[in-house]
Design a protein around this ligand. Sequence first.
Ligand SMILES: Cc1ncc(COP(=O)(O)O)c(C=O)c1O
Length: 479
Amino acid sequence: MNAPSPAEGRAPQLTPRDYKTNFSQFVGIGPNGNLWVDGCDVEDLAREYGTPLYIISENQLRYTYRTFRDAFRAHYPDVEILFANKSNNGLAIRHIMNQEGAGGDCFGVNEMYLALLAGTNPKTLVLNGSNKQDEELEMAIANGLCINIDAMDELDRIDAIAKRLGCNVDIGIRLALDLDPLAGQEGVPMHGPGTMKEQSDSTKWGMTRAQTVEIVKQALDMPNMQLKETHFHLSRMSNDPVPFAVMAREMITWSAHIKEHTGWTPPTIDIGGGWTYGTWYGTGPNSQIDDDRAPTPDDYARLTSEAIKDEAEKLGLPLPKLRLEPGRCLSGPSGVAVGTVGAVKVGDSKKWVNLDLSTNHLSWAAVLDWYYHAVPVVNADAEATETVDLVGPLCNSDEVGPHRKMPPLKRGDHVAFLDAGGYCESSAARYNAQLLPATVVVSGDSADLTTTREQWHEVAGRFRVPPRLLAGSFAPIVG
Ligand SMILES: Cc1ncc(COP(=O)(O)O)c(C=O)c1O
């Protein structure tokens, strides 16, 4: 038996909870009928910390991470999981990921800074981005991250900074895969309308085959450049594992093309994120497909690994190391978002339940038709007898949960949206001068505040009034 790595040695053993109803391993309806996250009653947390509130289960995050990692380890010999930090870039989350041994995908200087601040091993971090700034490149180079090149002038800019700092640099290249087998396949319209190939072709990301070859040739002549990987991110256009396998196979055909024209074979392929998860109650974009028929991590791992192995064997290439950048499938199920019911309004044909939780806080609900399963926090399994629109307080229609079947709700009740651990805090907005919510991380029966609730002075404090406007406002306007 392999000795556990230091990180694995430290990480706690996880025994899934046995709730009255399990939504996941560490979120469910507890013995008193309320929603629980791990060993904490969500009603108690909402009262103690106020709402809107994000609650993250540390153990669920660890559990989901391990399940995903182990699925790929079971099918592929050399796998590294880089958590997509953008899906939840709280420092506490990053620390948990560090302890699990996960690397990270950083998008931009701020995510890189946060990951470094949390002590993540820079050699397990990649920097992605299509318009990297000098400051960003310098931070990556100085700290030893792998930079995935996504513009023709990036290599020279990296080279100049590296020479100035006297450093060697790990580089990768983001590819603009052709994805011809996906030409006829429709997907969730993530990047405009069209088939998955049309959508993928229409995005700004990646370098063409010819550009990739050119970058590799140039990099091979630069003694301080260490070519490490090729990269691609299919995104969330489908939950079907087949397109992921198509994409992975094409990474290998590109490796062969690069080898043929440069002599260099990518030792690592990084195949990005976009991996879905399903739950028995349905979740994710297009809830009707991300239910218990959704593919499992094992399905993804098996099909993707088979495609890579098969194509590498056909083309006579060594098996590359495999890197993945899962985000929402790890962070999503680990969190819930809780709001308090305010005005309950009955119209001629509809009932609205107003919450203090808005599309500012569950923003993908509005943008992508993301489905969050909503449950009352107290008596979470009470019979759902009404169809209501759960709405937030913003001046748009702010439908955080349109047409939801709920038990009767009244002012002061709490409502929780499940699977809100990914992209909710990290994409929360301040529209209508709303304050950003707090987050607590729960482990067993203890809870810790990990993001403080934003205060009025923090919102107002960013604004500046030029003195000439002050004078105009406080003196009578003459004329
Ligand atoms: C480069 C890259 N990697 C990984 C991810 C994570 O995607 P997901 O959260 O769908 O797994 C994203 C998301 O935008 C991305 O752009």
